[in-house]
Design a protein around this ligand. Structure first.
Ligand SMILES: NC(=O)c1ccc[n+]([C@@H]2O[C@H](COP(=O)([O-])OP(=O)(O)OC[C@H]3O[C@@H](n4cnc5c(N)ncnc54)[C@H](O)[C@@H]3O)[C@@H](O)[C@H]2O)c1
Length: 371
């Protein structure tokens, strides 16, 4: 198969769909890999690295789209990229179609087959191609929160780990899923005193079993949250109710009872945010203040560490990418129901029920499409 990887063109996107290692594996499997020039530059991978891996460099995205049977990307195709997709071509990337009728219409019209990273599943009910970005955002949250806590950035001027004779920062993590667990681990590793609040007792049991001596756990009731807010230096929002907007767990009227200069890091901002005063910010201007409380609400946190994120995403996509290339998408999806769950669009038809429901478009069962 000819596999093509164009340079990402969405603003502030520095990741790339294929690492040189992924290209090398694909070439070793007998495939041809074409990469747009400079596609990996933002993640620290140069054209020479891809050439050494056996890939060919092309000058333009047009050439990559025209050459490849399968396009591998990170972000959803932008309007100009969607015009380059053609009938029978395979697209493997994040799509997030439910809130995006324009993209959905263009993909349907293109006649391509599109497999969305975010709906591929695994045996444990997880989302294996979303999890690496949650891991990155979770681990980054205490790091950016610690920076925001510094006095010059508007924070309380508290050091995460304290020093001998001075206590550490108190960090509360709301939501103990993938983001929350990684955030808590890093915050505890920096020496902070950490509590994770969640509503799932099985999850709290798991966290207590595995991390019992590193951080505390609490059941996320409004009363317990209020107790923690008054003592907290940093609150990390990491809740998710699948398919729904994040609940507003910290309200503006809570701020009066909090320490001035405390920091809110709202990782759940991509689902609307779990603090009432959250509004999405960018890496160029990540923080703002409301009533003396600092907010960090960057919606694409993994972009700050593009190299780590690219490699983490590449590790997760690699087995699926190779299966698609080795067997062709139909056989690969027939062999793996989790990959089939990623199928969103085929030959002008929508094949993912939640997207069809959100956009009011008829859906054809993916099982019928692969027959
Ligand atoms: N900003 C970014 O760059 C970025 C990057 C990755 C993920 N995210 C977002 O981070 C959020 C968390 O993602 P995740 O992968 O950890 O999800 P997850 O499903 O693994 O974890 C969510 C947790 O929230 C808990 N929860 C639900 N309601 C709660 C409540 N009222 N109080 C306390 N806990 C509650 C759930 O029980 C679950 O354990 C999502 O909104 C995700 O989209 C943002």
């Amino acid at each position: 198969m000819k596999i093509g990887c164009p340079k990402e063109i969405k603003p502030q996107e520095f990741r790339v769909g294929m690492t040189p290692n992924a290209a090398q594996e694909a070439v070793a499997h007998g495939h041809e890999v074409v990469i747009e020039t400079n596609a990996g530059h933002g993640s620290g991978f140069e054209d020479a690295d891809y050439i050494a891996a056996g890939a060919k460099i092309l000058d333009t995205a047009e050439e990559v789209f025209a050459t490849a049977d399968m396009i591998v990307k990170v972000k959803e195709p932008q309007a100009v990229e969607r015009k380059m997709l053609r009938e029978g071509q395979l697209l493997f990337t994040y799509l997030h179609l439910a809130p995006d009728p324009e993209q959905t219409k263009d993909l349907l019209e293109s006649g391509c087959t599109a497999i969305a990273y975010e709906t591929v599943t695994d045996d444990r009910g997880g989302l294996p191609l979303l999890a690496p970005m949650s891991e990155v955002a979770g681990r980054l949250a205490p790091q950016v929160g610690a920076w925001t806590l510094q006095k010059a950035n508007g924070g309380r001027g508290v050091l995460m780990g304290g020093v001998p004779g001075v206590g550490p920062a108190r960090v509360v993590v709301i939501g103990g899923g993938v983001v929350g667990t990684h955030a808590a681990k890093i915050a505890a590793g920096m020496g902070a005193e950490v509590t994770v609040l969640d509503r799932s007792l099985p999850r709290l049991r798991y966290l207590d079993d595995v991390y019992g001596n590193q951080f505390r756990t609490g059941y996320s009731s409004a009363g317990l949250l209020e107790e923690h807010l008054s003592a907290a230096d940093m609150i990390i929002g990491a809740v998710l109710i699948p398919g729904a907007e994040a609940p507003k767990l910290v309200r503006r009227d809570h701020f009066a009872g909090m320490k001035p200069g405390a920091v809110l890091v709202d990782v759940a901002i991509d689902q609307g945010g779990c603090f009432e005063t959250s509004k999405a910010t960018t890496h160029a201007d990540p923080i703002y203040e409301v009533d003396g409380i600092m907010h960090y609400c960057v919606a694409n946190m993994p972009g700050a560490v593009a190299r780590t994120s690219t490699i983490a995403l590449g590790n997760a996509t690699m087995p699926f990418l190779l299966a698609l290339a080795d067997k062709g998408w139909k056989q690969a999806c027939a062999d793996d129901p989790h990959l089939l769950n990623g199928l969103n669009v085929h030959a002008g038809q929508l094949t993912y029920f939640a997207v069809g429901k959100a956009l009011g478009i008829d859906v054809v069962s993916p099982n019928l499409v692969i027959k």
